[in-house]
Design a binder for this molecule. Structure first.
Ligand SMILES: [Zn+2]
Length: 267
């Protein structure tokens, strides 16, 4: 039995099988969308970067390992910016909140993205590749590292708090990202990084002072697992209702201010 099964980080509210099956179905549609729309655009662009020296990094003439490291860092930063946009631009939020509507958070949530959000991310990804100057090998490395990172920080893995604090100085960890999936708007509006945690540190959007057992996962206006069904999750961006940011009883979720420093990860 894995440590995550023995003692998960968060209590779950939905039957595991149903939750994972739904998330994998949403993920399957997203993966198919990326295969049809993203790959035929982004991979040839990366090949052109390699042939023609397009973009910022190839112009700098860095040694190959340094250029690859710079690709990973700059792609990670521009993914942070995209994640902020998915929360701030109303159309993108309608789609991205399907990811946030999950009432439980585990590695399957990491793959639960609406296919239309993936489709709208293609021009962003194309611009990242062309402007940064991302060659095919570095693109594949960044994609693999990002996939590993999001599977890890969405997981329900209870790491020893000391080890997670040390790890969190460098990368996004499960407790840090759990706070981003809280129903409290100020907490959702924090911890947007997907790989390195430095972007939240630099932008003042890091928020670590929420104990995990105080977090309610999800969005305020979808609190019933029946509303989070597969069909509903896929159709909601079109059929509504509009996101209200309020609980079913009309209240806005909030949390009294705490006295702990906001940059110290709590258990
Ligand atoms: Zn988000």
């Amino acid at each position: 039995m894995s440590p995550a099964t023995r003692r998960p980080l968060r209590r779950t509210v939905e039957p595991k099988g149903r939750h994972v099956a739904r998330n994998l179905a949403v993920a399957g549609l997203s993966a198919a969308t990326l295969r049809v729309l993203e790959r035929p655009v982004v991979e040839p662009l990366a090949a052109r970067v390699d042939r023609n020296g397009w973009g910022l990094l190839p112009r700098l003439g860095l040694p190959k390992p340094l250029e690859t490291a710079a690709v990973v860092v700059l792609m990670d930063y521009t993914l942070y910016v995209w994640h902020v946009l998915t929360h701030r631009v109303p159309l993108l939020w309608r789609l991205h909140r399907i990811h946030h509507m999950d009432l439980d958070l585990d590695a399957s949530t990491a793959l639960r993205f609406h296919a239309a959000e993936m489709a709208l991310s293609v021009p962003w990804r194309a611009a990242q590749v062309v402007l940064i100057g991302v060659r095919p090998g570095a693109l594949a490395l960044w994609q693999n590292l990002t996939l590993l990172s999001i599977l890890f920080h969405h997981s329900n893995l209870r790491l020893p708090i000391g080890a997670e604090r040390r790890l969190n100085r460098l990368i996004v960890t499960p407790r840090m990202h759990g706070i981003h999936h809280s129903i409290v708007p100020e907490e959702t509006g924090s911890n947007w990084s997907s790989g390195l945690s430095v972007w939240d540190q630099l932008h003042g959007t890091l928020r670590l002072d929420v104990p995990q057992d105080a977090i309610v996962i999800g969005v305020p206006d979808v609190r019933d697992a029946r509303e989070a069904t597969l069909g509903h999750a896929l159709l909601m961006p079109v059929t509504g209702p509009e996101p209200t940011g309020r609980l079913p009883d009309g209240r806005r979720p909030s949390r009294p201010p705490r006295r702990e420093p906001s940059d110290r990860l709590l258990p």
